[in-house]
Write a protein that binds this ligand. Structure first.
Ligand SMILES: NC(=O)c1ccc[n+]([C@@H]2O[C@H](COP(=O)([O-])OP(=O)(O)OC[C@H]3O[C@@H](n4cnc5c(N)ncnc54)[C@H](O)[C@@H]3O)[C@@H](O)[C@H]2O)c1
Length: 404
């Protein structure tokens, strides 16, 4: 039996717990949890029906739980410290994306990996495993559209989903370094994986246009549950009180807070090492949710669309499949018509991607193409370059000399 330690009693790691219980109960068990917030751990254990020891002290957690592998799903800015400490203790780690949030953290993780090359470590880039995207990868790798020339990636977070980031720690640069890392690291990893390459340089622009203190608004507070305007504010949000039994932090912070300091709308032009040119954009206040990826090759063009509308009043179906209005992968050829590519049907969170990646992580024979720590780093470095390019108003290189 392998003992798994959870670093972070996060909403995210719930998907791992569910799949581990359903599919790996005979080989793996959750042996303990570490988080800086006792109330969050209490709520987490109740929601997931876990009776395991909980720790706020990392050293004690390691000494008493002795995990073989840890799942690191804390706030983004804290990942690096835990990865490094675990590697140096020879504990295998699976780290949520983004792997970390800065160049300096990449350098420190790189040094820890080089000190401990025998220790398994991976980045949980589950978005790669979305079935339509896997089909796209299969076609590109198999030469179905010839040499790739250009990619376009449009990510749309509708007003409900987009707003959710601005109620939480994610909207503070010191914790996430922006959606360019927190959210887009998924997409930069997908592009690197799809093109079998990595981003070399980036030219970007971005704004904060719908959230934060500068946006015209009638009501403002610290968080919804303590707000004097809770009965009249159209942005009032009721958080999950069973999960967040915290005395420290609640995910209902005011979306007009002056502390919000990240972009909610940005675009980037990316040059990849293999010569492909790409455009990328993310907007966190769109009319409908989804993503559109197109890849232009010398002999064909692939278009993946996954877009869906939310029903009125619906707040919890961000990742459900029931409202999808277009979930397609199409192959176009010049004067050759359109081929609809069949997308395998899979179920579960994130369109089935979680089941795929978690099964790959915990299978007796791990597949060779799991997203590595260096894949995680490439995505982080691209996100950092986008942030820097927006700040400096010029083209910025992505790579860090000596890394990899
Ligand atoms: N791959 C995906 O699809 C996906 C989806 C959602 C979130 N995520 C990632 O998962 C992670 C968690 O996100 P979430 O939305 O579930 O967040 P969350 O707020 O639910 O959980 C974060 C946890 O980290 C804890 N924490 C903060 N600082 C800490 C520290 N120094 N030491 C120990 N614990 C600390 C908090 O108390 C909290 O319990 C993030 O890195 C996020 O990017 C990935």
């Amino acid at each position: 039996m392998s003992d798994i330690g959870l670093i972070g009693a996060s909403t995210r790691v719930g998907a791992f717990v569910k799949i581990l219980k359903e599919k790996f109960a005979s080989t793996h068990r959750i042996a303990g949890i570490m988080d800086c917030d006792p109330g969050k751990m209490k709520g987490f254990c109740e929601v997931h029906d876990l009776q395991v020891p909980c720790f706020t002290d990392f050293d004690r957690f390691c000494q008493e739980v002795k995990p073989e592998i840890v799942l690191i799903t804390t706030v983004d800015s804290t990942h690096a410290d835990y990865v490094i400490q675990c590697l140096d203790r020879k504990i295998s780690c699976i780290v949520e994306k983004p792997l970390c949030i800065s160049h300096e953290q990449c350098r420190q993780i790189d040094a820890a990996v080089k000190r401990n090359p025998e220790v398994f470590a991976a980045t949980s880039h589950n978005a790669r495993y979305y079935p339509a995207f896997q089909e796209m990868k299969r076609l590109v790798s198999g030469g179905a559209i010839g040499k790739i020339l250009r990619v376009e990636y449009t990510d749309m977070l509708d007003r409900e989903h987009g707003t959710s980031y601005f109620r939480r720690w994610n909207s503070r640069r010191k914790y996430s370094n922006g959606l360019e890392l927190h959210k887009s690291s998924h997409h930069f990893d997908r592009l690197n994986y799809l093109l079998d390459s990595y981003a070399l340089e980036v030219t970007a622009d971005g704004t904060l246009s719908r959230y934060g203190a500068k946006v015209p608004h009638k009501f403002e507070g610290v968080n919804c549950h303590s707000c004097a305007h809770k009965n009249e504010c159209p942005e009032f949000f009721e958080y999950d009180k069973k999960m967040f039994q915290s005395e420290i932090y609640t995910p209902d912070m005011c979306i007009y807070s002056p502390d919000i300091d990240i972009e909610d709308n940005f675009t980037a032009a990316i040059r990849f090492a293999n010569g492909v040119l790409g455009t990328y954009s993310l907007c966190a206040h769109t009319q409908y949710e989804g993503e559109i990826i197109t890849v232009e090759g010398e002999t064909g063009r692939l278009e993946m669309r996954k877009v869906y509308y939310r029903k009125a009043g619906e707040i919890n179906s961000v990742h459900g499949d029931e409202l999808i209005m277009d979930n397609s992968l199409k192959l176009f050829r010049f004067r050759g018509g359109v081929e609809n590519i069949a997308i395998p049907k899979v179920s579960g969170s994130h369109g089935g991607a979680d089941d795929q990646i978690i099964t790959a992580f915990f299978s007796p024979e791990r597949p060779a193409d799991l997203p590595t720590i260096y894949d995680g780093m490439q995505a982080v470095l691209t996100g950092c370059a986008v942030v820097e390019s927006i700040r400096q108003g010029r083209k910025v290189p992505v790579q860090l000399p000596g890394i990899g």
